[in-house]
Design a binder for this molecule. Sequence first.
Ligand code: B12
Ligand code: SF4
Length: 491
Amino acid sequence: MYRSALFIDLNNFALFPTLPVGLIVSAMRGSEWDVDVLSPLAVGVPGIPRPTRAPVWGYWDERARWWSATTPSRSVRSIRKALDTLRPHQRDTTSKRLMDAVEVRLNRSPKVVLISAYLMYFEAVRRICALCAERGIPVLLGGPAFHEEATRREWAAIDGLTGIYAGEAEQGLLEALNAVLGRGPDPQGLTRPGGTDGGLAPPAQDLDAAAYPDYSDFPWDRYPNRIVSMLTGRGCGWGVCKFCSDVVTVAGRTFRSRTLENVLGELEFHAKVHKTRLFCFSDLKLNSNLEMWRGLHQGMQRVVPGAKWTCAVHVGPREDEGLSEEDLRAARESGLVRITAGFETASPAMLNSMRKGSRPERMAEFLANAHGAGISTRVTAFTGYPGEGPEDLDLTTRFLEQHGRHVERVHLSRLSVQAGTPLDEEMRSGRLEDLGFGLMDEQPALASIAHTNSRTTSRAYRKSITRLLRAVHTINRRPIQGDARELEGAM
Ligand code: B12
Ligand code: SF4
């Protein structure tokens, strides 16, 4: 039978099965493919630990990380890079344990190997391709971040790789499979080594047409809780933040939504099949489609009694964002125990410059309402946007000090410029040079661009950063509300 495939899921996230892999496997089985799924966790490779409560020394750890990442000293940066490669997750995806497991599966002679990978898994993919090349087995690679031609070019040079599919699998997967097996023409989105670039496949349109993801191959006994990842749509209803790489990825382009009935049907299906009532919605912003958002509040407990769930929302500029006190109470009653919002900063000037569409006072109101409704809140924020000065950081610090009682977790990171974003274009145009912001090093294989930001090296800026890190640490040291604990770290 030529329809036998090995699917290697490199996205080793230890809390729940990988949604895109479940979707693809389901589509292949529906087309009579015999698929063997290899999940690293199933063969004992631990996943990336997700952040939970900050340890006592967390503040000092964060200070050291911030300093080593922003110092102009190239030697410190390269030591940091070297230390990064020693982190356990980097070792694990290329570990002997995983490669041995790959060899065992390859010895069953699949006709094709599929790999789903984030860009940080280059080395693992290279090794797997080498093993496949020894046996003459074609390899089809896909993942969220193959949207840039320069990235595909770097990856297409991997020995033993037959093709990279840049697109949502619902749109062209079976054609791509036939093509790498030499049984059909190359569809749009399929890039071949040494050939011309295959571009990007168009975004999938009829999302209801896809079969529900098949999670039966994942190591359920190794997850701490039985969480199912759900997706009601693709892209983000706002979609214009200049730094946002989510809306330029293959599945993030343009906003599309499933129907409520289709989503409720899937919730009911997973609850029965996997005996669970815990759900993590991976939508970029679940309140993009208010009909879906409010429909979930009304329908959730009907289809899954006792359901608990978590999601991310945008506290944006629309008059009705679905986040009123009443909405959030309804959400809580439907089982929403933890909510995440992209806060980014409390500086109105920075928010405008990013085109974030949020206002600090609206964010404060949202946090108070969510907390008041009994929902555990988490916000994401980052420093280092072009033009940001100590006064902007101080606004964020003051906001967290003032409203911190309504926030349970803050995920604070440093800006990273991702290829294909409006910020990337702005930086390349030289328009940010006056702000001391410029390109340092292109990393096409990672779709990432290292940058310099001279403003972050001033004494005043560094002082403001330490105050901000302290405010974040104070929040992250607190224990989390009981009800949300089962979903802590899922996002
Ligand atoms: C939900 C999510 C998570 C969740 C769940 C992840 C999981 N493994 O299930 C959590 C919070 C755990 C998470 C963690 C991380 N994530 Co994440 N995450 C997302 C998010 C928001 C949605 C992912 C998703 O479900 N998309 C919907 C599905 C349907 O789309 P998809 O994954 O692209 O898959 C489609 C196509 O790519 C294609 N496809 C995929 N694989 C294959 C394989 C083949 C053979 C073929 C033909 C096609 C194909 O078909 C799929 C179906 O349509 C994306 C943002 C985004 N825009 O995608 C980031 C994103 C995927 N994450 C990213 C990152 C960096 C991370 C972390 C490393 C962050 C961190 N530092 O901790 C970790 C690492 C997790 C890991 N790899 O083990 C990056 C990856 C970028 C990259 N360079 O590759 C993204 C794109 C965000 C971003 N813009 O930077 N993440
Ligand atoms: S609201 Fe969030 S997902 Fe939407 S464009 Fe902005 S950063 Fe991206």
